[in-house]
Design a protein around this ligand. Structure first.
Ligand code: ATP
Ligand code: FE
Length: 338
C-alpha cells in the first residue's frame, strides 16, 4: 500500500511516498529553508511563505521521480499540528486540495505521534513500547500502546534539548539548527573540561534544559564570545552533550526504579531530531541494555522532520480503522496524548 506524507510544521517542507506494506521509502523530497539562518531561529512568516512557494514543485518532483501511477496511492497524511500555525495551514490546505484532486482519503497527523511511530517503519517493533522523544520543541517520555494510544509519563517543563543546543550553538556562531554542528565539534572536545550542571536530577520523569542552557551561555560570556578558540568551543560542545546525556540517563534510572522488573518494556526507542546524535544514542543505549531492554533509534533522516513519518502514520491510522476526514483544522498546540 502506497501512502503520501506532507510535512510543513516548522522550517522543513517535506513530502514522501512510502510503500507501507514493504516498509520501504519510494521517494523523499525535502526542502530545508536556509533563509532563517540569518535570524538564528525560525521566522514564522518566512516559513509559511517558503512552504507555499516550494510545496507544489516538491510534490511534482516527488510524483515524477517515484515512478508510480497516482492511482496507486492509497491514502494521504498531512501534519495538522503541533507547530507553527502559518506553515500548518499551508500544508493542510494544500493536502486537502491534493486529496480532492486525486480522490484519495486524507488523515490529519499529529507530528509528535509521527516521530514516535516511525520506528515501526524502520524496524520490527511491536506495541506497547517506550518512546523517548527529543526534538527542537519537545522532550517526552511516552508509552506507545497502539497507533492511536499514547501515554505521557514525563515532559519538558521549559527549553527542549534541541532548543538548548540551538541556542548555545547560535552563540558559538554555528548555523541554525545547531545540533549537528555541535555533535561534530564535540568529537574534538573534552567532555570533562567545562563544569556544567546535570539538568533536573529530581525523581520525576520531567525534563528541563533551560538551566543548562543558561550555564553554557554564562560560560561563553565569561570566556569572551568573540575570542573563543575552536578548541574551547569544542570543549563546551562535548561538555554540553555530556550533561544532556547524564540528565537523560538519570530519568531512565528513575523510570526503572519505579517499575517492577516483570513489567519492563520489551523495546525502547529514541526519536525526534536530537536522536540523530550518535553520542546520545550510545549513552541511552547503554542505559537500556543494562536493564535488558531492546533499544532502537531510526536512522538520522527519519529522526529529524521528514515526510516518511507522516505517510507512515497515515498508514497506521488506516490499519487501525481510523476514518479519514476532510473536516479538520490545524492545531498549533496538540499534545501527543489526546
Ligand atoms: P518538534 O518536533 O518538537 O515540533 P522540530 O520539528 O522543530 O520540533 P525536529 O526536526 O524533530 O524538531 O528536531 C530538530 C532539532 O534536532 C533541532 O533542535 C536540532 O538542533 C536537533 N538536531 C538535529 N540533528 C542533531 C544532532 N546530530 N545532534 C543533536 N541535535 C540534533
Ligand atoms: Fe519534529
Amino acid at each position: 500500500k502506497i501512502f503520501l506524507g506532507i510535512e510543513t510544521s516548522c522550517d522543513d517542507t517535506a513530502v514522501a511516498l512510502i510503500d507501507a506494506t514493504e516498509k520501504s521509502v519510494l521517494k523523499h523530497c525535502i526542502h530545508q529553508q536556509i533563509e532563517h539562518q540569518a535570524f538564528g531561529g525560525v521566522v514564522p512568516d518566512l516559513a509559511s511563505k517558503g512552504h507555499a512557494k516550494h510545496l507544489p514543485t516538491l510534490l511534482n518532483t516527488l510524483l515524477r521521480s517515484a515512478c508510480i501511477d497516482k492511482e496507486e496511492i492509497q491514502g494521504i497524511g498531512v501534519t495538522a499540528g503541533p507547530g507553527l500555525a502559518g506553515g500548518l495551514l499551508v500544508g493542510v490546505m494544500f493536502a486537502k486540495g491534493v486529496a480532492i484532486t486525486l480522490k484519495k482519503p486524507l488523515w490529519a497527523i499529529n507530528h509528535l505521534q509521527a516521530h514516535a511511530l516511525v520506528a515501526r517503519l524502520c524496524y520490527d517493533v511491536q506495541f506497547p513500547y517506550l518512546a523517548l522523544l527529543f526534538s527542537g520543541g519537545h522532550c517526552e517520555f511516552v508509552v506507545v500502546y497502539s497507533a492511536t494510544e499514547f501515554y505521557l509519563l514525563g515532559y519538558g517543563l521549559d527549553d527542549a534539548a534541541g532548543e538548548c543546543l540551538d541556542k548555545v550553538g547560535r552563540r558559538l556562531g554555528f548555523s541554525f539548527p545547531a545540533g549537528a554542528a555541535i555533535e561534530v565539534a564535540a568529537k574534538m572536545g573534552d567532555p570533562f573540561s567545562v563544569a556544567l550542571p546535570i539538568p533536573m536530577r529530581d525523581k520525576s520523569l520531567n525534563f528541563s534544559f533551560s538551566g543548562l542552557k543558561s550555564a553554557a551561555l554564562r560560560w561563553i560570556n565569561s570566556e569572551g564570545e568573540k575570542t573563543l578558540s575552536f578548541e574551547k568551543k569544542a570543549n563546551l560542545c562535548a561538555s554540553l552533550q555530556y550533561a544532556i546525556g547524564q540528565g537523560i540517563q538519570k530519568k531512565i534510572e528513575n523510570f526503572f526504579e519505579n517499575l517492577p522488573p516483570e513489567s519492563n518494556p520489551h523495546t525502547a526507542i529514541f526519536c525526534g531530531g536530537v536522536a540523530a546524535n550518535q553520542y546520545l544514542r550510545q549513552v541511552l543505549e547503554a542505559s537500556f541494555l543494562r536493564h535488558n531492554v531492546r533499544f532502537l533509534t531510526p536512522p538520522p533522516k527519519f529522526c529529524t522532520d521528514n515526510g516518511m513519518m507522516i505517510a507512515w502514520n497515515a498508514y497506521e491510522k488506516c490499519q487501525a480503522g481510523v476514518p479519514p476526514s476532510m473536516n479538520f483544522s490545524i492545531r498549533a498546540r496538540w499534545p501527543i496524548s489526546i
